[in-house]
Ligand binder design. Structure first.
Ligand SMILES: *Cc1c(COP(=O)(O)O)cnc(C)c1O
Length: 216
């Protein structure tokens, strides 16, 4: 089942687009099934669960952190994450920068743009992201933007969200040619990843469509 889901998704994913298998709320066995089917990139959104899985699962997994990260949980995540996709506030960014300095490590990260109507969702505004990029952070390397479209069945709303983040990314690339690493656009989940591809997604984060409904 997991293997077949993966195969179907990969067969429709252009070769330059990275699949993050979102394994949150799924047990080790499910992750190992995907791993044995060849999937090596996984995403988790809760620090404790991320840390537990990192320590107990194969060493060559590339782990992305995709959830809200509290500043008192950095040590569970920053030593192990290949990419922190969800830098969503100045407070977090400043804390990550300080952690990087203290541990002599440059953290690879995406900036999360707040998309859609839900006030519960995190993320920066466009203005705040412009502000971030006008500063220098010696120990955080920005690789691009992450966003979650509005949770709706109305495809026109999803398209408007994706167009907004795609246009903003292009704008930032034009304004900041010095940011040569600013290449990633992480958009698209189980229900909207095919639409996201039309708007320049370079990373899609897919959970349910691989693993089924979340457990425990
Ligand atoms: C849970 C989650 C996903 C995956 O959601 P599915 O609908 O299960 O594919 C993607 N991105 C983020 C940030 C998530 O928290």
């Amino acid at each position: 089942m997991i293997e077949e889901n993966l195969k179907n998704i990969l067969s429709e994913l252009p070769s330059g687009v990275k699949l993050v298998a979102v394994s949150k709320f799924h047990p080790f066995e499910a992750i190992l099934m995907a791993y044995q089917a060849g999937q090596k990139v996984f995403g988790e959104n809760r620090p404790q669960e991320f840390y537990r899985k990192v320590l107990q699962l194969p060493q060559d997994i590339e782990w992305h952190f995709i959830g809200h990260l509290q500043t008192n949980k950095l040590k569970l995540v920053l030593p192990y994450a290949s990419l922190v996709e969800s830098i969503d506030s100045f407070e977090l960014l400043d804390a990550v920068q300080r952690w990087g300095v203290a541990h002599d490590k440059v953290i690879d990260a995406l900036l999360e743009l707040h998309l859609g109507a839900e006030a519960t969702k995190g993320g920066f505004t466009e203005t705040e992201i412009e502000q971030v990029l006008s500063n220098t952070y010696s120990h955080v390397r920005f690789h691009g933007l992450m966003g979650m479209a509005t949770n709706t069945d109305d495809e026109s709303v999803i398209r408007a969200d994706f167009k907004r983040i795609q246009d903003f990314k292009l704008h930032l690339n034009a304004e900041h040619p010095e940011l040569s690493d600013f290449t990633e656009l992480s958009i698209g989940m189980s229900h909207d990843w095919k639409i996201a591809l039309e708007y320049g997604a370079t990373i899609v984060r897919i959970g349910t469509a691989i693993f089924g409904p979340r457990q425990y």
